[in-house]
Each structure stands twice: as structure tokens, then as C-alpha cells.
Design a protein around this ligand. Structure first.
Ligand SMILES: C[S@@+](CC[C@H](N)C(=O)[O-])C[C@H]1O[C@@H](n2cnc3c(N)ncnc32)[C@H](O)[C@@H]1O
Length: 281
């Protein structure tokens, strides 16, 4: 196939992607989407866009549906993305570690739309800097989830190119990574054990998880329309503990959304503590 999608084909793929992942591909991205699908045509040796659409739509090859989803997601990420966010997280985590009651409870954190794991491992680094070796005996559990199975494989491997640590102070790189080959960097295997990576579609509830103290939901809602964003926020709210925080990407506005979190400041939201009615006497 040596041409881009025509508008009618684009619309059919658009609707399928929206149905499967809540992702809204704008018409300006037709060339990008064409390129991405062409790669799948070559890999599967399917001749036309419509034949490939049919293959994915009928779910006759579930592995190909996953490969399709892997191919249409954008996985841009890096360590310490948006310094202002990490300042807020560090301050919150330091206060939580200083209070004996919350310190005992530990840290349960969700990196939703985790991509290569750079965000989940940045959380690890910051908590290690605050709590010290073995996290000072404090329980730390980090869950990283993503729609893309292939990107989660990369996250589990924990190997990064220099680009991923371009915003990370050199002494931090030295401490938490081991050089592999000429330029690749392997993230600390001991710390990585505190992170579990799992496939999850944000359009669906996250099942079986205990409530999180902090949820990172950054730089993914840019791909969603209003109903998808509202669904994701409701799903995230359901697994955030009362008083817990949710952080969204710098450029993501939740203005005018019908969603259950309380606005704290740009990018930061909180699940309100449930007020219990005074007991009757
Ligand atoms: C641009 S990356 C953001 C990574 C990281 N959160 C950050 O801010 O650096 C967006 C990620 O969202 C994932 N994604 C897109 N749609 C998703 C969905 N419906 N459910 C779960 N993850 C999704 C993509 O696979 C991709 O890895």
C-alpha cells in the first residue's frame, strides 16, 4: 500500500480506535495514522486498509489487535518530566514520610499511562532520596499501567537511551543507572522491584487494586475527547483514597469537565475526604 488513508477509511479507523482506546485522532493526523497502519499492513502482509480494518474489527487475531494498539499510541516520556510536578510530589512525600501514622501506611502510587516506565522509576528515585536505603522500611508499591503491551515490555526491561535522562541531574544518573554498551542505561534493578507493570485500558475500571495515595495521569488525556476524559477521571477517582492526589499533564485542562476530583492548583487535583455525618446520640 503506497498511499495514505482516504477520508472515508480514516473515519472508519478513527471510530475503531475511539471504540477500543477512547483515543480521538484528529483529521490533521491522517498522514501520521496512515504511516502507522502501513507498518502493520507490511508486518501482516495484508493488502488493503479495509482488509486490515476487517481483521482488527472482527478480533479474529487478538495478538494483532494488540499490535495495532501498540502501533497507534504515542509513547513520548522521560525521567523528571516537568520539574514543577516533581517539586510538588517531593514536598507531599516528605510530609507523608515525616508523619508517623502515614509513614507506617507507606506509599501506594499509580503511574497510569506509564509508557516506558520513566515516570514510575522517577517516583522510585524521589522516594529513595527521601526515605533512604530500602526505603527506610516504609512499604512502597508503585503500579505502572499502559494500553500498549510492547511499551510495557520496554518498561520491564528498564533500559533507556540518553534522551530519557536528559532532564535528570548527572549525579542522579550515576547513582541509579548502570551503563550498558556504548550509550544505553539500565535502571537500578533493586529499586525496580517495587514497580509492577500491568496492561490496562484507562477506559475501563482498574480492578483489584487497593486505593492509591497518589495517581499520576499525565500526558495521556490530550488524546481523549470530553466523554473519554470524564470516564478516565471517574475510573481514577474510584481507586484514589479519600484525601489522595491526582496529577495531570502540564498542558491538560480539565476545565468544564464533569469529573469528581477537587481542583487544588494547576495540574493537581484531590479526592475530597468523605465527611462522615455526626453520630446521633
Ligand atoms: C505520551 S505517553 C505519557 C507517558 C507518561 N505518563 C508521561 O507523562 O511522560 C502516553 C501513554 O498513554 C498510553 N495510552 C494511550 N491511550 C491509553 C488508554 N486508553 N489506556 C491506557 N494507556 C493509554 C500510550 O500507550 C502511551 O504510552
Amino acid at each position: 500500500m503506497d498511499r495514505d488513508l482516504i477520508p472515508a477509511e480514516f473515519q472508519r479507523f478513527h471510530d475503531l480506535i475511539y471504540k477500543l482506546a477512547g483515543i480521538h485522532y484528529p483529521a490533521e493526523k491522517m498522514a501520521l495514522l496512515s504511516n502507522r497502519i502501513r507498518r502493520r499492513l507490511r508486518a501482516t502482509k495484508v493488502a488493503t486498509y479495509d482488509a486490515y480494518l476487517q481483521l482488527v474489527q472482527t478480533n479474529s487475531q487478538p495478538a494483532e489487535v494488540q499490535a495495532f494498539l501498540d502501533s497507534i499510541t504515542t509513547n513520548e516520556t522521560y525521567f523528571f518530566r516537568c520539574q514543577r510536578h516533581w517539586d510538588f510530589f517531593r514536598e507531599w512525600a516528605t510530609a507523608r514520610a515525616a508523619d508517623p501514622a502515614t509513614r507506617r501506611e507507606g506509599f501506594r502510587i499509580w503511574s497510569a499511562a506509564a509508557s516506558t516506565g520513566a515516570e514510575a522509576f522517577t517516583i522510585c528515585i524521589v522516594l529513595h532520596q527521601i526515605l533512604g536505603n530500602n526505603f527506610g522500611g516504609v512499604p512502597v508499591e508503585i503500579l505502572g499501567t499502559d494500553l500498549s503491551a510492547s511499551i510495557l515490555e520496554e518498561a520491564r526491561a528498564g533500559v533507556y537511551r540518553p534522551y530519557a535522562v536528559a532532564q535528570t541531574p548527572p549525579d542522579v544518573v550515576k547513582k541509579y543507572f548502570t551503563k550498558q554498551g556504548t550509550e544505553e542505561l539500565l535502571f537500578d534493578r533493586q529499586l525496580a522491584r517495587h514497580v509492577t507493570f500491568q496492561r490496562h485500558n484507562l477506559m475501563e475500571p482498574l480492578m483489584g487494586a487497593r486505593n492509591f495515595d497518589f495517581v499520576f495521569l499525565r500526558n495521556v488525556m490530550i488524546y481523549f475527547d470530553v466523554p473519554s476524559k470524564e470516564k478516565v477521571m471517574r475510573n481514577a477517582h474510584a481507586v484514589t483514597r479519600p484525601g489522595g492526589y491526582l496529577m495531570v499533564g502540564e498542558s491538560e485542562s480539565l476545565m468544564n469537565l464533569d469529573q469528581p476530583f477537587t481542583y487544588v492548583k494547576p495540574s493537581i487535583f484531590q479526592r475530597k475526604s468523605e465527611t462522615t455525618a455526626p453520630a446521633r446520640t
